[in-house]
Design a protein around this ligand. Structure first.
Ligand code: 13P
Ligand code: SF4
Length: 321
């Protein structure tokens, strides 16, 4: 703990020296979220992270999350230095949607509007008409559907299927998934429900349809945190990455939060769902990034790709505004 305190003190000093601000996702470790809050940075969902970085005057953004979040920040603010604790923090959705194959898929359906989740590479965004995050996906697809436009959706098949069902839009789905949410099990959740009959179930829509079906509230990380506050239940079973418990518990200190079970985990579960890439964001790595920057930490996006990817990203931000 003494070591952690040292890292925290040094990071605070470096943030000032480098005119930098820490932007962290709800899935990062509690100590990182706390540090972001304490130093005037932000803890947020993917959409708010993009907005915050875009509007903040700091010269340097240090993005604690996974690579697509750093890339999004760089695309939106190329004049800033964008650092990440590690450039190895990937995302299974991004990895499962290579730009060349996705481009072929799109080219085979030229009459379709291409909507991609933010959890994609800059190259995939560059091929898209719209970028969306889970906070705003439903509204954007509703908007497109009202213009009778058939849609190509990538890469998350569960989120795509959920939106298709909610909106009735005509959607062709890329078959990707989040390795964390895909593991939630309706069968195990059913068993857990018997243990906590009064609990409400909160589900991120990257989860399988059978789990989403059992939910009292479905939404992005920020929407689930809101639902935790609005629902009357004193107990909440939460199907998303356990990193969210830091902020959720802060907002509802009087409620009991229970992690939803993954397949094979049984009726009670501790530390079931945590993204291995989000877990790579540590205090030491943040300190290193601020101290050294460079090849290990700095995000670069090819200028031509950046220009193309900026268009669908800005479309989302303008729609959200
Ligand atoms: P949101 O915070 O936008 O809900 O994103 C979830 C996610 O999986 C990010 O990796
Ligand atoms: Fe990707 Fe899932 Fe990890 Fe989010 S939680 S970064 S969607 S693998």
């Amino acid at each position: 703990d003494a070591e952690k305190k040292q890292h925290v003190a040094r990071i605070k000093q470096l943030l000032k020296e480098k005119d930098a601000v820490l932007v962290a996702h709800y899935y990062t470790d509690p100590e990182i979220q706390a540090l972001a809050e304490e130093t005037g940075g932000c803890v947020a969902d993917s959409l708010e992270m993009a907005r915050f970085g875009n509007q903040h005057p700091a010269k340097t953004l240090i993005v604690a999350g996974v690579r697509f979040m750093g890339e999004t920040a760089k695309i939106l603010t190329p004049e800033k230095t964008v650092l990440m604790p590690t450039l190895d923090a990937e995302c299974s959705l991004d990895l499962g949607c290579p730009a060349d194959e996705f481009t072929k898929f799109c080219d085979a359906h030229p009459d379709h509007t291409v909507v991609v989740y933010a959890n994609t590479s800059a190259a995939v965004k560059a091929r898209a008409d719209w970028v969306v995050t889970s906070s705003i996906a439903l509204e954007i697809v509703e908007h497109l559907d009202s213009q009778d436009k058939p849609i190509i959706w990538g890469p998350d098949r569960h989120l795509g299927a959920y939106i298709e069902k909610e909106t009735g839009a005509d959607m062709l789905l890329w078959q990707g998934e989040c390795v964390v949410h895909d593991e939630f099990s309706a069968q195990a959740l059913e068993k857990m429900k018997h243990l906590y009959p009064d609990a409400a179930i909160l589900v991120h829509p990257e989860s399988p349809a059978s789990v989403v079906k059992m939910a009292d509230a479905v939404g992005s990380t920020s929407q689930l945190i809101k639902a935790a506050q609005t629902l009357p239940n004193k107990k909440l079973i939460v199907a998303t990455d356990k990193g969210i418990f830091y902020k959720m518990q802060q907002m509802v200190p009087e409620k009991e939060l229970v992690e939803a079970p993954t397949a094979g985990a049984g009726a009670t579960c501790r530390s079931c769902a945590h993204c291995p890439w989000m877990a790579m964001n540590g205090l030491k790595a943040i300190e290193n990034a601020l101290e050294n920057g460079g090849k290990q930490h700095e995000i670069h996006v090819d200028a031509a790709l950046r220009e193309k990817a900026l268009i669908p990203l800005n479309r989302m931000l303008n729609f959200a505004a």
